[in-house]
Write a protein that binds this ligand. Structure first.
Ligand SMILES: *[C@@H]1O[C@H](CO)[C@@H](O)[C@H](O)[C@H]1NC(C)=O
Ligand SMILES: *[C@@H]1O[C@H](CO)[C@@H](O)[C@H](O)[C@H]1NC(C)=O
Length: 233
């Protein structure tokens, strides 16, 4: 092969690899400062609390908010029931899949796993591809924690144009419900008022993240299902 051909091929191969890696179902770390440390801290959380963990939450910044604006609700309802949070801001499905494949859930046996993911894919990916990414995330979680029951939450309302898109994702991922170990719960309508996103439940800065009232609503809506899945919780 002459040099000309090699020079021509390298960028094409690199471009293909790059695209392939960006699929919402292909494991990929987030390429931002601090992310590897957050991931490592979650691996540490598992190593330290493996045997205590009864409920685990998995997600992005919205779920991470349980440690911030949702903290009072969390301390009241979830700390006493040995719940642990595995959320990293900015995460897309492919980032969570990377975390699953890199030891965050190794050896865990929570009774219930709560997953909300996909809103951060809405800018870059199609509805079908996001649903595929969520599907893969659920599968990988069950691969690591075969006895857990997953509450798969629908993505919450957000401003248009992405609001309509995530609503369509919810319609697809609702089909992952099997009433056996995957239970889909759509909280959408509780976060709407007069057919529009109910901004009373969100932080006013960006209308993506929940305020304390928004976390109260989450807890209240999810509670009956949590109890149904495991009355001892
Ligand atoms: C994780 O635990 C290891 C071993 O105790 C420690 O050296 C490391 O600093 C911890 N990492 C984080 C991000 O907390
Ligand atoms: C999820 O993925 C499996 C293949 O692993 C496929 O059979 C199933 O149809 C997918 N479910 C949805 C709702 O896309």
């Amino acid at each position: 092969m002459n040099t000309f051909r090699v020079v021509l091929l390298v960028p094409i191969v690199l471009a293909l690899c790059d695209q392939g890696m960006m699929e919402p179902w292909d494991p990929q770390p987030q390429d931002v400062a601090g992310w590897p440390q957050r991931h490592e801290a979650l691996v540490n959380q598992t190593l330290q609390h493996k045997t205590e963990e009864q409920i685990v939450f998995v997600g992005d910044s919205i779920t991470e908010g349980w440690g911030d604006d949702g903290k009072a609700v969390w301390d009241k309802y979830y700390t006493p029931r040995h719940a642990f949070n595995y959320a990293i801001r900015g995460d897309q499905t492919q980032n969570v899949i990377y975390r699953i494949q890199n030891h965050e859930f190794d050896g865990l046996g929570p009774k219930v796993t709560i997953l909300m993911i996909g809103t951060n894919n809405a800018g870059a990916n199609t509805v079908e591809d996001i649903a595929h990414g969520v599907n893969e995330t659920v599968k990988q979680l069950l691969g690591k924690m075969p006895n857990t029951k997953i509450i798969l939450l629908g993505i919450l309302p957000r401003p248009e144009p992405l609001g309509a898109k995530v609503k369509q994702v919810n319609e697809l991922i609702a089909k992952l419900n099997n009433d056996k170990n995957v239970f889909f719960l759509d909280m959408w309508s509780a976060y709407e008022k007069d057919g529009k996103q109910n901004t009373d439940l969100y932080l006013s800065d960006n209308i993506l993240h929940l305020n304390e009232r928004g976390f109260e609503v989450w807890q209240q809506i999810m509670e009956p299902l949590l109890k149904k899945l495991d009355p001892t919780l």
